[in-house]
Design a protein around this ligand. Sequence first.
Ligand code: FE2
Length: 367
Amino acid sequence: MIACVLFLIVFYKVNSIQSRGYQVEKLRKISLIGSTLALAFISPSFLADSQGAFAREVRVFSGRHYNTDKKIYKKFNDETGIKVRLFETTGISLVEKLKREGKNSQADLILLVDAARINKAAKEGLLQSFSSAKLDREVPAEYKDPKGRWYGLTRRLRVIIANPKIVDIKKIRTYSDLADPSLKGKVCLRKRKNVYNQSLVAGQLVLRGKEQTKAWLRGMISNVTQPYFPGDISLARAVAQGGCGVGIVNHYYVARMLAGVNGVKDREMAQKLSVITPNPAHVNVSAGGLAKFATNKKEAIQLLEYLASPNGSSGLAGPTFEHPLRGFGGSRILKKFGTFKPDGVTISQLGEANGTAIKLMTQSGWK
Ligand SMILES: [Fe+2]
């Protein structure tokens, strides 16, 4: 590029010389050939560079660990021409990574599962507020940040799973029933550090207040005699195998086991489970927000709007057996689980109550 400019300057200067001597003509020819060659050589790479700079893309840093999400990104790319570059990390490490990288972060759009994580990301200043008429319309108020830093995309429920051979499932209708003394030694739970349970307890705090939540936790935890489980799937297996009578998991883990996603053995185990959806149910979300230092801001908002639209939300939720933002998942398995009525606690409230929830869980002996 510099060579081209130099030749052009020389060409201009030489042309401005009035004299028509042999040396001047020679110089004029050289500078003309030089600048033409430089232009011919530089133009293709320059144009390619320009196209690269103008090619639209959005870098998604996702704590959603579902391979099937790629399908909806592909659809978005087909429809808009915007390339989605996906970086997957588990939720906690994603928040830590973004904090560590600060201004150097490559993230445009951040996707996280659970109220606790998305609220934490907002609180840590990793997201920026923005407004969008489309998102305001598509995302119900209870599933978005009042400050516009994140928007819910899919919904998940914390349901009760029970082994009908061990417990009387007619007596178990909601989370508070797990505190009943008749379930002594039969209740199994996932570890306290898991955000899904923290959000469940946060929800009960909002709905029932501190004292009632404390009493519920005291009763339920005194029914737990086994070590706490590392994951929802291992807990579901233990209930199916009869090691536990009843537990709490996210609904889509059971749905995926039933669909055979984890193999025949898990499917057979899940078939032994009764799924009890409390009415009303604790609802959580996976959500997305614009990264604080996003460079492809417009594209990130466009993708978020796409994912929150009825087609986008169903496209994300369908393959993972989550529920879309509105209505219910349409798969045969989810239909069997039945519909649900959300308990009305907002995702923002779940975030605010998270600290107290962890404190009460610790005090109750939830390991
Ligand atoms: Fe999960």
